[in-house]
Design a protein around this ligand. Structure first.
Ligand SMILES: Cc1ncc(COP(=O)(O)O)c(C=O)c1O
Length: 442
């Protein structure tokens, strides 16, 4: 009798539980089993190649298998694999913190500078850190505030605090009793054809109304600067961020800018907040920080915030930390990635590649299958007209059969390729999508 050898997919289905995935339909959806990656291409176990149209969940900043990042990690591995940041420190962590401070938004002579860096290993843990920090900061100032403000349509990760400030209703419907008490205010993102400045003004007025009622109870407002990414790739007008800055100061709470998706060059600026010329009190980054090779995240705080945690009383300690925070390998990759950001001018590359992508996508707006195309830098969303819950997923599956790997957000197909993508590859990506969108699934 011949032995039946299970496929990788079958072995996966038996042993693995995937994030945000219905296990029941998983195998039927023909999941990719990726084995290798190079440049902007992924290769599966059968040797088939797929253009990585979403930078592997928005992390691969420049390209896969980058020789500079590999060399940095290998050199670091020869030196120090891991040592803790609890009660000790290490040189790559210090250097990365210095570099992040030097690259932080705001003019060097600004009184409000982000001067201190707290490391984590993923985005959501930094959202938790920022919210705990803001609450503790208010307590230490003798003005305890328990509420966090956030925006409709926002996304800040899946920890309990992150789920509490999710801008949709799914998290509250599912985990409501576990979540923090928050207040939600209107999104500044315009609908198709709506004037972005007018949409921002509308949201500013809504925020002012919310603050008239709750302003003195809020310890923080958390926003995704300039683009609500996981909510469906909705860019918005910078006047909203400027108003957030003004209102946070007026009402005495912290402004937390969550740059985890938008930061590190993707929007066409190093930090999306640069579009508005503001400096937050707390800034978060992750995802593309290490160029996409190793997990690392960071929370930057102003001197004013950080200094409030300095003192002999135990209560002034910030009670937060993760085992792998500031892993030396991840720090070395991030340091090299930040050098690449400067030397290759990755913000400019995101702007120019984004402009090409935008031009290529313009004709799609004429198609009945397309409701909208939204973009900031290289961060792009194609909203489908269909409201079917699997519309985006099905389009991505059809793209997969044509050698393009994409992951949707509901009925929004996200394009966020690594920045090394060539004009020809961008053209190929859009040509495949155009053909699929012109032809309904049969
Ligand atoms: C703006 C924003 N914040 C936080 C997160 C959570 O990051 P992580 O998945 O690394 O926990 C995400 C993830 O997509 C994000 O887009």
């Amino acid at each position: 009798m011949t032995e039946v050898v299970p496929t990788w997919q079958q072995r996966d289905a038996k042993a693995v539980w995937h994030p945000y995935t219905q296990q029941y339909t998983w195998l039927g959806d023909d999941p990719l089993v990726i084995e290798r990656a190079d440049g902007v291409w992924l290769t599966d176990v059968a040797g088939r190649r797929y253009l990585d149209g979403g930078a592997s969940l928005w992390v691969t900043t420049y390209q896969h298998n980058d020789p500079r990042l590999k060399a940095a990690i290998t050199a670091q591995l020869d030196q120090l694999d891991h040592s803790t940041f609890f009660g000790a420190t290490h040189t790559p962590g210090i250097q990365l913190a210095e570099r992040l401070v030097a690259m932080a938004p705001g003019a060097p002579d600004d009184w409000r500078r982000l001067t201190k860096v707290f490391f984590g290993s993923d985005g959501a843990s930094m959202v938790d850190a920022a919210i705990k920090l803001a609450h503790q900061f208010s307590v230490q100032a003798g003005d305890r505030r328990d509420l966090v403000l956030h925006l409709e349509g926002s996304f800040h990760g899946d920890s309990v605090a992150g789920s509490s400030v999710a801008g949709g209703n799914l998290m509250r419907r599912t985990y409501g009793p576990l979540l923090l008490d928050v207040r939600r205010t209107a999104s500044p993102a315009p609908g198709r054809g709506q004037d972005p400045a007018a949409a921002a003004q509308h949201a500013i007025e809504a925020l002012e109304r919310t603050l008239a009622e709750y302003g003195d109870q809020c310890c923080a407002l958390i926003v995704e600067p300039m683009i609500q990414a996981a909510g469906g790739m909705y860019p918005y007008h910078p006047s909203f961020l400027q108003a957030c800055r003004r209102l946070a100061d007026q009402h005495g709470f912290l402004l937390i800018c969550d740059e985890i998706a938008a930061g590190v060059a993707r929007t066409g600026r190093m930090w999306a907040t640069e579009y508005a010329g503001i400096t937050p009190d707390v800034m978060l980054c992750g995802k593309g920080l290490s160029g996409g090779v190793l997990p690392i995240s960071a929370m930057l705080a102003t001197e004013q915030v950080a200094s409030a945690f300095v003192g002999l009383e135990l209560a002034r300690t910030f009670f937060h930390g993760h085992t792998f925070a500031a892993n030396p390998l991840a720090c070395s990759a991030a340091l090299e990635n930040l050098r690449m950001v400067s030397e290759l001018d990755l913000p400019q590359l995101a702007e120019s590649k984004g402009a090409i992508l935008g031009q290529l996508l313009e004709p799609l707006l004429e198609l009945p299958a397309v409701a909208d195309v939204r973009r900031l830098g290289i961060m792009t969303g194609i909203e489908l007209s269909s409201r079917h819950p699997r519309a985006g997923f099905e389009l991505c599956q059809r793209a997969q059969s044509q050698g393009i790997w994409l992951r949707p957000l509901g009925n929004v197909v996200v394009l966020l390729p690594p920045l090394a993508i060539s004009s020809d590859e961008l053209g190929h990506l859009v040509a495949v999508l155009t053909e699929l969108l012109e032809k309904p699934a049969g």
